[in-house]
Ligand binder design. Structure first.
Ligand code: FE2
Length: 376
C-alpha cells in the first residue's frame, strides 16, 4: 500500500450530520490533580480558570480547569478508592479520559452518533446555574476513552455548572500554545481499520491520509496510521496500530504500559514555535532530540523556509513540507513516568499533513528512549 492523500473534499455543511466546532477541552484522569495543575501552569503556561471539588459540593473528585488561548485542559483526580476514576488510574496511570468536542446541539450529536452504532457513555444531560446552561452527552471510543459533546451556547460562566471560578496569585505567562491541532490514538493489533470505520460511520469523519509500515518503520519499530478528519477539518484524529518490526513497536510499548488503547499524543498549535519551545525548555519541558546531522541537508529536503536554521537546530525542531506548505514540529518526552502520553508542539505554515518526512528521524529518537527504558 502506498501513502495516499484523499481528495480534499470538505463535507458540505448541509450533509454533515455531526458539525463540530472544534475541541472544547481535554480531560485527564491523574493521580494528583492539584500537582498536575501546577505542572501544566508552570511548565506549559496555562492559567487557572475553574475548580470543582468538596468545597463546591462535589464529594468524590476534584477537577482543576486550566486554559491558554483556546486550549482548555481539565485535570481530575478521585478523592477515594473504589470508583471509576480510581480504577482508570490504577489500570492506565495518568492519561486522557475525555476528548470533549464543541457542538451547537449536544442532544442531536448524541442521537446522530448512537443511531449509527455509537455506544452511549452518557445520554444528553442539562446542567444549570446562574450563568446559564450547558448540555453534555457522550459516546465511547477506543479503549476507555470518551468523546463528550459539549453545547455551551447558552452559558457564560467560568467553565460549566458545578465549577466555580478559580483565581490564584500564581499566574505564569503563556508559552503561546493556542489550540488542539490533532489528537492521536494508539489502538491494538489489527484494530486500526475498525476504528477508522467507527469514525467514518458513527461520526461522519473521513480518512484524509494513510501511512503504512513502509512509511513508518525504522530498523526496529513499525506502525501504521490513518488520519481521520471531521467535515470542516477542525477535528483530526490519527489512529495508530503497531506493525511487526525487528523489535517492539513504540505503539506496543504504549499498549503495554497504558494497559490498553488510549490517547498517545495531543498536538498543540503555536504561531511561533521557536519562541514557544524556547520558553517550554526553559520551564523544564523535555523534548526528543534528533541528531544534528538532521539539519545538514534540511534546506535540500524542504526548500527555503522563513526561519533561521540555527535556532531550530539548537531546539531540535523538525520541518516537513507537503504540496500546500510546510510545518514545524517537535515532540516532548512522555509527561509521566509510564512511557505513554506525550505532547507535540506544531506550527503550520500552509501544510495540512503530519510530518511524514520526519518519521524516520523521529522514530529513531523514540527508539533510543525505548532502549534506555529496556523496552526495545
Ligand atoms: Fe502528531
Amino acid at each position: 500500500m502506498e501513502t495516499t492523500i484523499a481528495e480534499k473534499r470538505i463535507t458540505p455543511v448541509e450533509t454533515d450530520f455531526l458539525p463540530l466546532e472544534g475541541t472544547d477541552y481535554v480531560e485527564f484522569y491523574v493521580g494528583n490533580a492539584k500537582q498536575a495543575a501546577l505542572f501544566y501552569k508552570t511548565a506549559f503556561g496555562f492559567q487557572s480558570i475553574a475548580y470543582a471539588g468538596p468545597e463546591t459540593g462535589v464529594k468524590d473528585k476534584a477537577s482543576y480547569v486550566i486554559r491558554q488561548n483556546k486550549l482548555t485542559f481539565v485535570l481530575t483526580t478521585p478523592l477515594k478508592t473504589n470508583n471509576e476514576i480510581a480504577d482508570h488510574i490504577y489500570k492506565h496511570g495518568d492519561g486522557v479520559k475525555f476528548l470533549a468536542l464543541r457542538v451547537q446541539d449536544a442532544r442531536d450529536a448524541w442521537h446522530q452518533t448512537t443511531k449509527r452504532g455509537g455506544v452511549s457513555f452518557m445520554e444528553p444531560e442539562v446542567l444549570n446555574d446562574e450563568n446559564g446552561e450547558v448540555v453534555i452527552s457522550g459516546i465511547k471510543t477506543y479503549g476507555e476513552t470518551v468523546h463528550l459533546f459539549i453545547e455551551r451556547k447558552n452559558y457564560n460562566g467560568a467553565f460549566m455548572p458545578g465549577y466555580k471560578k478559580w483565581e490564584t496569585n500564581y499566574n505564569p505567562s503563556s508559552t503561546g500554545l493556542s489550540y488542539v491541532d490533532h489528537c492521536v490514538g494508539n489502538v491494538g493489533w489489527n484494530q486500526m481499520n475498525k476504528w477508522v470505520k467507527f469514525y467514518e460511520d458513527v461520526m461522519g469523519f473521513r480518512n484524509i491520509l494513510s501511512f503504512d509500515d513502509e512509511d513508518i518503520s525504522t530498523e526496529y519499530s513499525a506502525l501504521m496510521s490513518k488520519v481521520m478528519s471531521n467535515g470542516n477539518g477542525y477535528v483530526k484524529f490519527p489512529i495508530n496500530e503497531p506493525a511487526e518490526g525487528k523489535k517492539k513497536s513504540q505503539v506496543e510499548e504504549y499498549l503495554d504500559f497504558y494497559n490498553g488503547e488510549g490517547v498517545q499524543h495531543v498536538a498543540l498549535a503555536t504561531k511561533n514555535i521557536v519562541e514557544t519551545v524556547t520558553d517550554l525548555q526553559n520551564r523544564g519541558v523535555e523534548f526528543l532530540k534528533v541528531p544534528s546531522t538532521y539539519y545538514d541537508d534540511l534546506i535540500d529536503r524542504v526548500g527555503s523556509i522563513d526561519e533561521d536554521i540555527e535556532p531550530l537546530k539548537e531546539l531540535g525542531i523538525l520541518v516537513d513540507r507537503d504540496d500546500e506548505g510546510y510545518l514545524l514540529q517537535i515532540f516532548t518526552k512522555p509527561v509521566e513516568d509510564r512511557p505513554t502520553l506525550f505532547f507535540e508542539i506544531i506550527q503550520r505554515k500552509g501544510a495540512k499533513s503530519f510530518g511524514k518526512g520526519n518519521f524516520k528521524a523521529l522514530f529513531e529518537a523514540i527508539e533510543r528512549e525505548q532502549g534506555l527504558r529496556g523496552n526495545l
